[in-house]
Design a binder for this molecule. Sequence first.
Ligand code: PMV
Length: 339
Amino acid sequence: MAIVETCSASAPAKVIITGEHWVVHGSAALAAAVGLRSRVKCMEARGPGITIKSLRLGSFTFTLGQDSCRGPHCGFYYAASRIVEVCGEAKPATCIVDSDIPIGAGLGSSASVAVSFSAAYLALCRGGKDLSLSDVSNAASGFEKFVHGNPSGIDTAVVLHGGFIVYRRGEGIIMRINESLADTDAVVLIVDTGIARSTKEAVAAFTQNLSRLGSFSKILVNLAEQITWEVVGSLKARDTKRLGSLLYLSHGLLSALGVSHEKLEEIVQAARAEGALGAKLTGAGMGGTALVLAAREHSHRLEKIYESKGFKVYKATLGVPGLQINCDVSGRAAMVEGT
Ligand code: PMV
């Protein structure tokens, strides 16, 4: 029998194109996988426990089966606990984590690492066979609950499946979209304020501000839902002008609900002043990143303007593939089942 000694997984970053925050309250939201990735490689170890080695998070070893977990490694702990429930044993392992995705920037860094780790450790435990995406998703949700408190699940879903998805809390992916912006006259810039913030706190602030509006909040959740479907329609029709206007509108609502930041406003205002098609904060807000939709011919100029203001700019490919897994079976690399 072939012995699986090493399994690696990689998962993309994500952007929410519209509907962040509103998705926590029941609205549909549109998200896309982005071409920055996290990678996790899990190797069988003599044990005991699971060791995580990460350039950004440091190194730590934990054993499962404790009553509760404290510390920065607990996302990995809760994901691994769920994996052990399906594969029946806590296989000792060393997992190396590596990521291109900025942390706390609204680009789904934690969801991406959660999915990569869950998939690599599950694949190792299962000997590279019978992998179910729903087991990966369940384990990654355990990780995300620890990091974010009460996530809608949109980040995990888009990072796992890739492409463009419309997502509703409680229902999961309700539509996949095949169109992309690749063959249009527009490009997306991801502009990073460099200000890290906590999704948990942003979600709490938005929820509190929304609840102050009482029953009127329902009308706004419905409006956010309609904006999502308008954005989907514009994307399908490749109508980048309408898409851009909807992004400005989506930003205005998020800003009114208190999750913008002066740096995000600076990015959106510069987009307006320079004639960009649209711009909005993406993800939890209060710092993190903004999306700017620019005509291809103007994008280089805009990029230089943002860089001169001290922002980091990523030119994003949207709609990239989701989770990918490889196991090394007795020295041979093999794509494993389930991906
Ligand atoms: O953690 P972020 O910045 O990717 O934001 C997640 C998106 C929210 O809608 C703000 C929260 C959620 O759980 O959907």
